[in-house]
Design a protein around this ligand. Sequence first.
Ligand code: F6R
Length: 614
Amino acid sequence: MCGIVGYIGNREAGPILVQGLRRLEYRGYDSAGVAVIDNELTRVRAVGKIDNLAEKLKDFNLNGKAGIAHTRWATHGGVTEANAHPHISCDGKLVLVHNGIIENYREIRDRLKDEHKFDSETDSEVLVHLIEDHYNKLESVDDDSRLRKAVETALSHVRGTYGLVAMHSDHSDCLVTARLGSPIVVGVGDSEYYIASDATPMLAYTKKVVFLEDGELAQISKSGFETFNLKDEQIVKCVEEIEWDDEQAQKQGHPHFMIKEIFDQPTVFEDAIRGRYDIQEGTAHLGGLNMTEEEMHKVDRIVLIACGTASYAAMVGKYAFERLAGIPTEVDVASEFRYRDPIINEKTLVFAISQSGETADTLAALREAKRKGAFVRGIVNTVGSTIARETDGGTYIHAGPELAVASTKAYTNMVAIMLLYALQFGRSKRLSLATGQRLLHAMREIPEKMNKIFELNNDIKKLAEKYKNYKDFLFLGRGINFPVALEGSHKLKEISYIHSEAYPAGEMKHGVNALLAEDFPVFALMTKNQLYEKMRSNIEEVRARKTPILLVANIGDEKARELAEDVIYIPPTMELLEPLLNTIPLQLFAYHVAVLLGRDVDRPRNLAKSVTVE
Ligand code: F6R
């Protein structure tokens, strides 16, 4: 939530910052702003998306070679220009962008209010005044370290979380950035440096990065950077190389990131499993598990913690762990997990599952699990993210940058990795070689089958046209298709704003049947798995109420046609792998409905991709 960008070097900062903000717009799009130092400081802010800021910037001449920028997802204070970042000090010389929440901001504001003028309702603005206050007291320091020292002292008075960048017009070759609970990545170029909330804005310029840890701060000039802790002790950081490339973070001719990312799925699925399995042995080798055979055998319970779409992927993972490895597995929505005193001990294996690797609730839940002595591992997409760094091992899902707010390819790859983990555990225990090999063979066929589903894209678009004006939808599935129904319903509501619910079809007669009506379409998953017959009779019941029905069924299932006017026929696969295919028609349906309704598909209202607040 909220995106931060900074640049210092020999080029004009303005265009680099605006381009960077566009890459981070998925983190928030309530307002945006930029500040650049030339001889003096220029700050421009606008309410709404980056386009509004870019339009406004046409009237300014931003020539500076150092600058900071921000895209906001409002938490404290409404969506107004005054609340947009960068915030500025009373003397107009110090500017700051901030991501996170300052919990004691009222206290600080009360303390400063007689000497400082506050222009916004935000918690972030107190930071700029607090830093200004300390900066003014450091008159004896006459080099750029004055800004760093002021930031350090100010932060020692702050409670809460921050990822921030500060800049002062008297120090035009200096940016100061700090992190506590909100990610900061420093990109290392050739006599130039980039700062951002994640690596995507800098991919076009460098792949060399430094990840700041909590409690660290960096002072950056165009000729180098130094890192410190909050006690002003210098620390040495390693420069790391990231694998993502800029091409992956572009729309590549597609109208939206979401559709591009849906179509990425066959390729990134291959990236996720490549080199991680052994067909001969019918098993997987996920080195990141970081556990001895003995420790693996000690595990008597698995807990999967995640939020949103990642939690629906986890529900699929539960099936895999229980069926292949015979280990009781629970899925916990991270925001609930931490508040219900979960029973976790040193025999529990906890996986924290997250695309961004920054979701605050998931992070807090994994910390709680660690405190209780569990094995904690990550299943994460974003390299170097906080969850990846705080777990004691785990696996990157290799989905590449996912920039649409609605998660698609990350879901698929989370499922893929959990299947491999379940296989690895299963084969180390009771699972037969033949079953392991059969699963791997079936996994290798998935990309081709995904491509077959893409051939139906136009048909699905026509269905979206037919159904787009309904006000409510019900998604039904049973067994492994229930989490698929949940994910299909989640996708539809988040990007089209149509109300929808998902139910296990067998539960309908216990209440939800009362909703069935001619204006309440049911989208059901009736693929050929062990619950096929049961699902069919549930659909019969729905049909008897004259409810419009859309079905996802397997190619060759003629009976499906008898039940529903609209059937999406997709290739069959092994039951455990069905979510990898069955989710795709639902993603495409949600996408086309949202486009046809004129929604902002990649940036749906009130949402942000990286949910770094509780
Ligand atoms: C839905 C969506 C969200 C995320 C959730 C968790 O399409 O994107 O529901 O799945 O916010 O985010 P991560 O996976 O980054 O922890």
